[in-house]
Design a protein around this ligand. Structure first.
Ligand SMILES: *Cc1c(COP(=O)(O)O)cnc(C)c1O
Length: 457
């Protein structure tokens, strides 16, 4: 068993910690994000030995390398076999261009991959120590449902989810409110920012310090590392040859997904390039163009709603991987190797009009559905191919990621294509289940009282 990797903070002002500590802390005490000091590296032989038949097997190979000896490989393997029971379709679209659908999990979002793993691993550590924690999160929709499903039924973890009562879709709400057991859901009479403010206040409140409040938001290293695995999977399935690299196009909002890919590359994955496709929140594509990073605030509203992010928190990790330092406010304290970033990454912003046009043309040409996020990635890939004609080599394989099931965006697709996407089983079942949640005013006291009443310090 290899010795464990230490995890450092991207702000470089906090001590290095174990994987376990990084997992439970979430944010480093200096406001930075955790990253492994050294990425485990897979050589040619190890790459070729990765399974191309069993995703759980491949996932346990990759995850046990990242976690080291803090959890036995058997434990990790059991978790992977329990949670990764859904398919990961890779569809050929034309020539060597593919679409990988990461939308077959229990909440039909790619966020299932990491949330499921994180919940089970936290439960494993807590069970050993006989500890109990309460996860408190604010959600604008997708994160809440993925985390609720992933943490449902875990014995040592309670979950409290706050959502803005008028700002989530019926389906998103039902995905959270029909579970029960250890999942408690609160509708706040306010906006997403209000929910986030209430959660932050609870974390800072000394009178709640005994309640072991913890977060499961997207900056947690546990929400990131499992997102390296499907990149290996796609390469293994479509190439399997270390000399035959692939190119990915990733729809990006908070940049956790693409950060997973970049880490996979660091681990030896033969990925030649990542296309980072954003919606009209174009702060990163602009940074690539000008070298100047400017946060967009407030973020712009686009139909690819999960990517309406004006300052992606994982950008600090990407800058760190390329040798720079970016603080939590988006200020670059040390420039990264921009030349290297340009040669390995390609960032592009897709307009609303282009997104809609892509949904239309993809359906017309290939008779397949893309929802808005997947359309941004596909459109980004086309832009990359058009602006890099030399890259159009028959040796290269291109994989665009679809991150949500089209049925989750039924209203949008009905408007654009005038069709109703077929709902996957997981979404159909929800309709007949009973919802249970409470409503609270947009104030701190009621939330605090709710926690004190329902949880043991
Ligand atoms: C969260 C989300 C994204 C953005 O992923 P990041 O890791 O935040 O870049 C893209 N598509 C869908 C459907 C999402 O839910």
């Amino acid at each position: 068993m290899k010795p464990s990797t230490k995890y450092y903070s991207t702000n470089l002002k906090a001590p290095g910690v174990s994987f376990r500590e990084a997992l439970f802390r979430g944010l480093a005490p200096d406001g930075g994000l955790y990253l492994p000091e050294k990425f485990p590296y897979l050589d040619r032989k190890e790459l070729e030995a990765l399974s191309d038949e069993s995703y759980p097997l491949l996932a346990s190979e990759i995850m046990s390398r990242l976690i080291g000896n803090e959890a036995e490989k058997d434990i990790i393997s059991n978790i992977c076999h329990d949670i990764y029971t859904f398919s990961i379709p890779i569809e050929n679209i034309y020539e060597t261009k593919y679409l990988m659908r990461l939308d077959q999990g229990p909440t039909s979002s790619f966020k299932d991959f990491a949330s499921l793993f994180m919940g089970r691993l936290m439960q494993y550590f807590l069970d050993i120590e006989g500890k109990y924690i309460t996860i408190l999160i604010a959600t604008s929709g997708d994160t809440g449902s993925a985390v609720a499903n992933a943490f449902y039924g875990l014995k040592n973890i309670g979950v409290v989810i706050l959502f803005p009562s008028e700002e989530v879709t019926d389906m998103q709400r039902k995905q959270m409110t029909t579970l029960g057991d250890n999942i408690k859901v609160i509708a706040v009479d306010g906006k997403f920012d209000d929910c986030q403010r209430l959660v932050k206040k609870a974390f800072m409140d000394p009178s709640l310090s005994g309640f072991n409040l913890s977060s499961a938001n997207s900056i947690n290293i546990g929400r990131l590392l499992p997102q390296t695995v499907y990149y290996f999977w796609a390469w293994r399935k479509l190439s399997g040859n270390p000399d035959k690299p692939v190119i990915f196009s990733v729809p990006s909002g908070n940049f956790g997904n693409v950060a997973g890919g970049i880490i996979a590359r660091k681990m030896g994955l033969p990925a030649k390039r990542f296309v980072i496709a954003t919606n009209e929140n174009d702060e990163v594509p602009n940074y690539f163009k000008t070298g100047v990073y400017k946060v967009i605030s407030p973020s712009r509203n686009c139909i690819s709603s999960a990517m309406n992010v004006g300052h992606p928190s994982n950008m600090a990790r990407i800058i760190a991987i390329y040798g720079g330092i970016m603080n939590e406010n988006g200020k670059i304290l040390k420039a990264p190797d921009l030349g290297k970033m340009h040669s390995e990454l390609y960032a592009t912003s897709i307009t609303e009009r282009e997104t809609v046009k892509t949904i239309e043309s993809f359906y017309r040409q290939y008779n397949k559905l893309l929802e808005p996020h997947g359309a941004v990635a596909w459109s980004g890939l086309q832009k990359f191919l058009n602006s890099n004609p030399g890259s159009e080599s028959s040796d290269l394989i291109y994989i665009s990621l679809e991150t949500a099931h089209p049925a989750k965006f039924g209203r949008e697709l009905k408007e654009i294509l005038d069709i109703n996407p077929i709902q996957p089983d997981s979404l159909v079942k929800i309709n007949s289940k009973i919802e249970d949640y409470i409503s609270l005013d947009n104030e701190y006291e009621p939330l605090k009282n709710f926690i004190i009443k329902n949880y043991k310090p």
